[in-house]
Design a protein. Sequence first.
Lengths: 161, 161
Amino acid sequence: MNNPLALSATMEDYLETIYTLKEENGVARVGEIAEKLNVKSSSVNSAIKQLTDKNLVVHEKYGYVGLTKRGDKIASEIKDKHNILFRFLTEFLLLDPKEAEKEACCIEHSISKKTFLRLTKFFKFLEEGLSTEKPKILQLFEVYIETGKRIQCDCETQEIN
Amino acid sequence: MNNPLALSATMEDYLETIYTLKEENGVARVGEIAEKLNVKSSSVNSAIKQLTDKNLVVHEKYGYVGLTKRGDKIASEIKDKHNILFRFLTEFLLLDPKEAEKEACCIEHSISKKTFLRLTKFFKFLEEGLSTEKPKILQLFEVYIETGKRIQCDCETQEIN
DNA sequence: TTTAAAATTTAGATTAGTCTAAAAATATAA
DNA sequence: TTATATTTTTAGACTAATCTAAATTTTAAA
């Protein structure tokens, strides 16, 4: 019943961290991964072992940690989920970026591909709006969050052209 | 560093399931909890032991499983998160209810109180709109999901009154 | 009321993910 | 280049959550 290819949230975090470190520093090392994830190097080691067995990570003893093609693909998908969630939390729910960052980290392992795609589509939809400013409804929501008051606007009731 | 009162997603699921069973049947029994969560009764047993130690659950041997006041409060908060996520996924992202249900189950353990409150506020905001129909932007998004086309509407650019 | 069936509990094994402590390898500095 | 410091690896313990199998208790039926 359970997909044997499915990764635990923990393993996804390892992949994502390796991916991020490679983006930031060009390479990823055991100690850095440990630091980012707030675990000990020995934990990183055993995770790497598992991910290597799954053909997602490459690693020669005492050397850099890398991603296979498959590992890289999975990592970037997780990263994409993270990013769209971050956008949603900051641009839409107007949460503090620091909080939103932590929150996205957490939720990224729970959302399905479909939800990810829908959220992505939503932002694409917003961006394809002619105007350069935010849609009225989000502007109103911002005011509502700050003041608790709902300014009226006829865009709510008017017909679609 | 880590909050000792924090519950694992697993323990939250147990609380929530007990809560739901009590809603549905008036009482909750070990076997029903096991069935809902797709685990064995022995697993339920050890979970109950832990939750009892934390003063969240009451249970006398071979009897019904109940929630303490604190347990009930926590369970209802989880349920609230679940419900608001379900609404977001179905009403806003227009996902299939069955999928949305599963997804909400998953995400409910990851979102913070703040995110929950913001989402709640967002729906309250929508409901306080004068019109009885959905806000224009969501109507447009629905069309966009179905057709890939973005119908123009001047509500995007007009001034707030 | 005794017996059979169903539900619950206990005991003990297993797995994933973590840790500590010690050993091994690599990098750095004198 | 040798000694020291840092990093990585290994070995083995621990915890949370699960399972199986067996024992116990409760429920229902004969």
